[in-house]
Design a protein around this ligand. Sequence first.
Ligand SMILES: *Cc1c(COP(=O)(O)O)cnc(C)c1O
Length: 391
Amino acid sequence: MLNKQRLLTPGPTPMPEQIRLAMAADMIHHRKAFFKEVMAETRAGLGELFGASLPVLPLSASGTGAMVAAVCTLFAPGEKVLVVEGGVFGERWTEICLAHKVVPLPLKVEWGQAVSIDAVSEALDRNTDIKGVLVQHSETSTGAMHPVKDLAALLRGREPLLVVDGISAVSVMPCPMDAWGIDCLLTGSQKGLMLPPGLALIALSERAWQKAESVADESYYFNLRKEREENDKQQTHFTSPVSLILALRESLRLLRSTGLANIYRKQWGLAQMARAGVTALGLQLFAPDSYAWGLTSILLPEGMDAGRILAEAADKYGVIMAAGQGGAFKSRMVRIGHMGYVDYADLAAGLHAFVRSFQICGGYLGCRNYLEQALDAYWTALEQGVPDKYL
Ligand SMILES: *Cc1c(COP(=O)(O)O)cnc(C)c1O
């Protein structure tokens, strides 16, 4: 009780009071007029958030449910897709394809790096029968950002669909679906949207809906065609996740009243802040060049154990952060989440807790003014705004 709990994980993320209160409301019936009003409002808000003119469909599932829905709606068994594989979530695309008999061609990317547009272009030239390119905008397991805007430009006028897992990107960094030319964009509730886990959101382009018609076997549960028909009537196909939709309405109201541009600017600022702090400490950023704005991944020096550091940070300082995910880096990486309802003061607490815990665990850090440098970087970034190339 001495410290507040600060949830600085790359999902789930903290929830603002308005959202917590919406979750506490009594149940309403999902086929009656009031719920339809709520759905109509969220439909408009989601369209703005995704930058999509066609409907953004809610599904009762964690984010991965929308990934499954994308694969089985858009690609028939035997069809080939190129998968950008630079972390756990890229690998998840491959696993989902295999489970649904879609043929993944993994394009391996070194963890922490972004995929190169040239490599994608070459792979497409080598395999002219590729029907889709599957990628993460923010690869949450490494903290890297893949260049979705450039991928969309590359694919413009070509057959393959661009399918983007935006689970830790939507409402964190710009990825306007129609303007960039994304064919499928999806997200989950527990990241930038500041909601509890359990809701997935997915939108398709006109072209993607057409491609879906060529896929004969429809999933019984993740049937986007039926979801779209129901969505036009302010309904969902099965019983709606009512509390989550009520909370989503509050989230979208908050995003709108703050302004998406201001949110992206804050997220950009928090990324600069974390990176300046980590660099001042003399530690290594795991995603050095192209990085996501909703989390920062730190590669620990040899001999340091992420699990021990995180346990100290949680027990002594009340800050919950994440270790690496899967594979070789699990205990060598600390990931600080800073998306959604997280501000500069929370992140300062996070950096501080990380540093103290690192030292308790025997690590040596020379720098004393890392917090000052981090905060300077934040306010400077806020003043200068998001660089044009990301918009
Ligand atoms: C969190 C996350 C997921 C997984 O979402 P679940 O809600 O756990 O199913 C998938 N992709 C990315 C990029 C994520 O950040």
